[in-house]
Design a protein around this ligand. Structure first.
Ligand SMILES: *Cc1c(COP(=O)(O)O)cnc(C)c1O
Length: 393
């Protein structure tokens, strides 16, 4: 049953009833990923709907201040304000080619739900998003966004009324409606083929960087730095560079510290300090207690606040091809302000973790002389969080 693709990680740890759906998806993906019409249509949506390609911007002021040449890959300029739409457009289009008419997704803070609503609406799907009732209270703006686009948001009242309960409900919906429904996962996580498929759809980021950096610098960068929650923006920019002589650094959320309470971690650093286990249908590195119960994670940024990480990233970390690093809430917040003040670009709190690592490590020489940061999203969505924190200080 397991289709382990990444060393000891990955596989398909799902109820038997879902296996035919995964098989159908795998076959559909294999068929259309090389279909010229599919690829042409995908390019069209990425360009005219999502706004690609995104610029590779030389951050002159930041470079000068930190003594190394820094480029920002501007995923913050994608429609919706983050890289997430690259994946939701890809999967929605695939689902359309496969003859599906319904999309289901779960969402934590609402960012993936919003990106699913955009792609689903545009491509003519009936779109359903499951969201913990507690998360809905905390993220009202994203709930409105989805609803305005005609997406049905289903409150999940079971368990802790957060993301993991929403995942269960979305899966339940998929199982009951598998004939006409595609389950749209938002990161390089879940059972095979999702980690591969999401990575491929996000690889548009790294493929663009390859061409752009050669044009601008005549060579590949010394290092690429990306934040990692589930790991889709990181895998998207890393994947085309895996075979190249480029240092790849994945920055996780260190939250309030590397400690634990009884049932929660104060951080989200599953790649750095997680242990092998099964989460959301795949074997990977996860935050768990001594009995294998999943520990809740914590981070200032909703997008990095996840107890697991994509199986391919876990494998690449095992073999030393990517380097995991940790940045805590305070440093990320500092970087949020620093990039805003120095470059006039307000980064997402997620992306701020990557920026913070570069600010910290630039002097040590670890990053080399030419660095690309994946600026995965813009910070407008985080202003309330940041203002709230400043008030409390
Ligand atoms: C969701 C999100 C992330 C985290 O997701 P990955 O799959 O790890 O990329 C990072 N940055 C932004 C702006 C996000 O919205």
């Amino acid at each position: 049953m397991s289709n382990t693709k990444y060393g000891k990680y990955g596989g398909q740890f799902v109820p038997e009833i879902l296996m035919p759906a995964l098989e159908e998806l795998e076959q559909g993906y294999e068929k259309y990923r090389n279909d010229p019409q599919f690829m042409e249509e995908l390019d069209y949506y990425l360009k005219d709907f999502a706004g690609r390609e995104t610029p590779l911007y030389h951050a002159r002021n930041l470079s000068k201040k930190y003594g190394t040449k820094i480029y920002l890959k501007r995923e913050d300029l994608v429609h919706g304000g983050a890289h997430k739409l690259n994946n939701t457009i890809g999967q929605a289009l695939l689902a359309k080619y496969m003859g599906k008419s319904r999309l289901v997704a779960e969402t934590g803070a609402g960012q993936h739900g919003t990106a699913t609503a955009m792609a689903g609406t545009n491509l003519g799907f009936e779109t359903h998003v499951y969201m913990g009732a507690k998360d809905m209270e905390r993220q009202r703006m994203n709930v409105y966004r989805m609803e305005i686009m005609g997406t049905e948001v289903h409150p999940v009242e079971s368990g802790s009324r957060t993301l993991k309960d929403a995942i269960n409900e979305a899966l339940r919906d998929w199982v009951s409606n598998v004939e006409n429904t595609h389950y749209l996962i938002g990161s390089v996580v879940g059972p095979h083929p999702y980690p591969m498929m999401v990575r491929d759809f996000q690889s548009v980021i790294g493929n663009e960087v390859k061409q752009q950096i050669i044009k601008k610098e005549g060579r590949y960068p010394d290092s690429i730095v990306a934040c990692a929650g589930g790991g889709s923006n990181a895998m998207g920019i890393f994947h085309p560079f895996i075979e190249e002589d480029v240092k790849l650094i994945a920055v996780e959320a260190g939250g309030k510290g590397m400690e634990y309470t009884k049932d929660a971690a104060l951080h989200s650093a599953s790649l750095s300090v997680g242990e092998d286990g099964v989460l959301q249908g795949a074997r990977t590195r996860i935050l768990q207690d001594e009995y294998g119960q999943i520990l809740e994670s914590s981070s200032i940024s909703a997008g990095l606040d996840y107890s697991g990480v994509g199986p391919e990233l876990a494998h690449l970390a095992d073999i030393g091809r990517i380097l995991p690093r940790v940045v805590n809430d305070d440093l990320a917040l500092e970087a949020f302000h620093e990039l805003s003040r120095v470059e006039g670009i307000i980064p997402a709190l997620e992306s701020s973790h990557a920026v913070a690592h570069v600010m910290e490590a630039a002097e040590s020489g670890e990053l080399g002389e030419l660095v690309v940061i994946n600026l995965s999203g813009r910070g407008d969505k985080d202003l309330e969080t940041v203002i709230g924190l400043e008030r409390r200080k």
